[in-house]
Ligand binder design. Structure first.
Ligand SMILES: NC(=O)c1ccc[n+]([C@@H]2O[C@H](COP(=O)([O-])OP(=O)(O)OC[C@H]3O[C@@H](n4cnc5c(N)ncnc54)[C@H](O)[C@@H]3O)[C@@H](O)[C@H]2O)c1
Ligand SMILES: [Zn+2]
Length: 651
């Protein structure tokens, strides 16, 4: 049963226990493998409760069960579920909520060298697109502190909150908390941590675990005397990531001795560490790579997962996805791994099936990983694969599209149509009842598009075989989905345009109002940070394809919240602009001026590109450089002109 404190935490976080029930929640904590039997709603409710307890310092299950059993199950059932693509929320305290100076996200995770190499390959590609030499890039490794994330801007300390808005917890500094390493205030993101050896010696009798202790340090209520003592003894500190022990080197150096670099950094600090963080140092490339709603693409957490299993494949079942790509799903001899029973695994694509010999009878190695789970890590003994020739859903002949087998029959393929309709309701999130089973029935009765679903009344649902109560509920849910406010980028993402997931939709609509997206040229899209040339063509084509459906749905009147920052008369003239500094500056160091510009909402790059707005040229800058910038459409400013802008004078 849950403790009173745990129940209090849930109330504080606004997480409803009745969606799953206390009894069922505790039963699943003790017997994680029973999650197989849980309904989707139960699974989601379980995750929300577990997360709220964990963030409040009272975890009910181990991290490994959370990641590899419950979260993994959700990934398998509903890969697009928002819980998987957004920062896990922290419960709010009574206190001021403030915009974070920078986005504080979760991290993308890797459990094998293979995954690390795939991440590096994406970095290499982006570096190439920016004209940078991958071999020259510096990579950094730091220990991944397992504490309580916070951000220190020098004036206040904030929690990570939902990644965009956090809460003011400056009180911990008033309680005497020091910055680790004799560090100063204002060093940005870090974690509140407690020395592992100190905890074991002095705190283990009073707190269940360090997480429990850390949560108590930031609570608004009076501080526990042992916690206060730990702060006085400087055993509990705020550790800014900038001060962490760091390994730095090129990719070649990193990968040549990967295990040993990781191990050295992992054990460098006397705090709880649950992995290492890999990242690149190049600021311009970082800006270019950007972030999803969940993690920065320039950063990767490497964790260890020692449990693997050798499993025999029974057969491979091809499945047609929403986009027409055929996913190879291997049915396995049921095998237990990290607490869960595995009976299926996926291969990336059919090229891999072909190359590695993933056929019936093959012996493979499986590891539970944080990515699409579980997936085939390695083939120990290959077997002749079956490569399907026809789409398993519509029978259309398949074609190869790079590494993927593709069903090109996207206008009439039942799987593609049904999966797209299901995707719409799932991404929109503000409705219930349009899962795979309902959609299948609707499809069987001739429904092909979501606007047709919105046109149905209760009687028509009943005629398709839905019960009377369910029919009324579906009608209510459709109405609710139109009335309840929904962000315009989420609405756009629901259409499932290739390459337009939640993150990209949000990024695009920060620049253009929703109706304008159909007028965008490829060049308009490329000009936005984070969009590459190749994808822009696919995106404009995708928009053209959804236009008729989009218009039909808009006519129904959804309650859309526009995300685009309305042109603000009072906005600072540097807000949203990208600057590059060059030459000798007199009013401050380049770092100081960058900081001031960033504080006004500007971005600072390291070299001029087509995305730069201003080149701030100090002394001793050659005409070649300024002319080249002007040719790219960049405005060249003197230091004085820049200072005037910084003061708020308009350009
Ligand atoms: N046991 C449970 O019930 C439960 C519930 C929810 C989540 N969890 C655990 O929480 C984790 C997911 O949480 P998350 O979203 O906070 O993500 P995460 O574990 O990926 O951590 C991301 C955070 O790492 C921090 N970090 C630490 N060291 C860093 C460094 N050197 N450089 C940069 N950043 C660093 C940052 O603050 C960042 O916010 C999972 O491991 C999961 O198991 C457990
Ligand atoms: Zn098909």
């Amino acid at each position: 049963m849950l403790s009173d404190n745990q129940k209090h935490l849930l109330r504080q976080a606004g997480v409803e226990l009745q969606d799953i029930g206390e009894h069922r929640f505790c039963e699943l904590c003790r017997h994680p493998q029973q999650i197989d039997s849980a309904a989707d709603g139960e699974l989601v409710a379980f995750l929300k409760v577990a997360n709220a307890l964990y963030r409040g310092g009272e975890p009910a299950i181990s991290d490994s069960d959370y990641d590899f059993v419950f979260l993994a199950e959700l990934k398998q059932r509903q890969p697009e579920h928002p819980l998987l693509h957004e920062v896990e929320p922290e419960p709010a305290f009574a206190g001021k909520t403030v915009d974070l100076p920078v986005m504080m996200l979760s991290t993308d995770k890797a459990y094998s060298r293979d995954e690390v190499e795939r991440w590096a390959a994406r970095i290499e590609k982006a570096a190439e697109e920016l004209g940078k030499n991958f071999a020259d890039l510096q990579f950094k490794i730091t220990p991944k502190l397992d504490g309580y994330a916070a951000y220190d801007d020098g004036r206040m300390l904030y929690t990570r909150g939902d990644g965009r808005k956090g809460q003011d917890i400056s009180r911990v500094f008033e309680r005497g908390l020091q910055v680790a390493n004799q560090g100063q205030r204002g060093l940005g993101a870090g974690e509140i941590v407690v020395s592992r050896s100190y905890f074991d010696r002095n705190l283990a009798d009073f707190f269940d675990n360090p997480r429990n202790f850390q949560a108590s340090v930031i609570k608004e209520k009076d501080l526990d005397e042992h916690a206060q003592q730990a702060i006085n003894d400087h055993a509990a500190v705020f550790y800014p990531f900038a001060l962490l022990p760091t390994w730095t080197g090129s990719w070649a150096e990193l990968i040549a001795d990967f295990e040993s670099h990781v191990k050295t950094i992992w054990h460098k600090v006397d705090y709880d560490v649950d992995g290492v963080i890999l990242e690149i140092a190049d600021e311009e490339l970082k800006t270019y790579l950007g972030a999803t709603r969940h993690h920065h693409r320039w950063q990767l957490a490497y964790k260890e997962n020692l449990e693997t299993a050798e499993v025999r494949i029974l057969h491979i079942v091809p499945q047609t996805s929403r986009s027409g790509r055929i996913t190879p799903v291997a049915e396995l001899e049921p095998t237990r791994l990290s607490g869960a029973l595995l009976s299926r695994a996926t291969a990336h694509h059919y090229k891999m099936v072909l190359d590695k010999g993933i056929g019936p009878g093959a012996l493979i190695r499986l590891a539970r990983s944080g990515e699409v789970i579980p997936k085939i890590e390695a083939v120990i003994r290959p077997a002749e694969p079956d490569i399907p020739e026809a789409c398993p859903s519509c029978g259309h002949a398949l074609i190869w599209d790079n590494d993927y087998l593709l069903c090109p029959n996207n206008l009439a393929c039942p799987a593609q149509i049904s999966n797209s309709m299901e995707h719409f309701f799932r991404v929109l999130k503000n409705n219930d009842g349009f899962g795979a089973a309902s959609i299948k029935r609707l499809y069987e009765h001739g429904i092909r598009r979501v606007d047709q679903i919105y046109a149905l009344n209760a009687e028509q649902f009943e005629n398709m075989g839905f019960g009377p109560k369910q029919s009324q509920n579906l009608v209510d849910q459709l109405l609710r989905s139109r009335r309840e406010a929904v962000e315009d980028w989420r609405f756009l993402a629901a259409f499932g345009v290739f390459r337009m997931g939640l993150g990209n939709c949000e990024r695009l609509l920060a620049h253009y109002p929703l109706p304008a997206i159909f007028e965008l040229s490829e060049a308009d899209i490329v000009a936005i940070e984070g969009f590459a040339e190749k994808t822009a063509a696919v995106i404009t084509e995708g928009f053209a394809n959804i236009k008729p459906l989009f218009d039909n749905l808009m006519a129904l009147g959804f309650n859309l919240q526009a995300s685009q920052a309305q042109p603000d008369e009072n906005a600072h003239p540097l807000a949203g602009k990208t600057l590059v500094f060059t030459g000798t500056l007199h009013s401050g160091s380049r770092d100081e001026l960058s900081k001031q510009a960033k504080a006004k909402g500007a971005k600072v790059g390291s070299s001029v590109s087509a995305k730069t707005d201003y080149l701030v040229a100090g002394d001793n800058v050659g005409a070649n450089k300024t002319n080249a910038a002007r040719e790219k459409g960049v405005t060249v400013l003197s230091e004085q002109e820049f200072l005037a802008l910084l003061n708020g004078d308009t350009a």
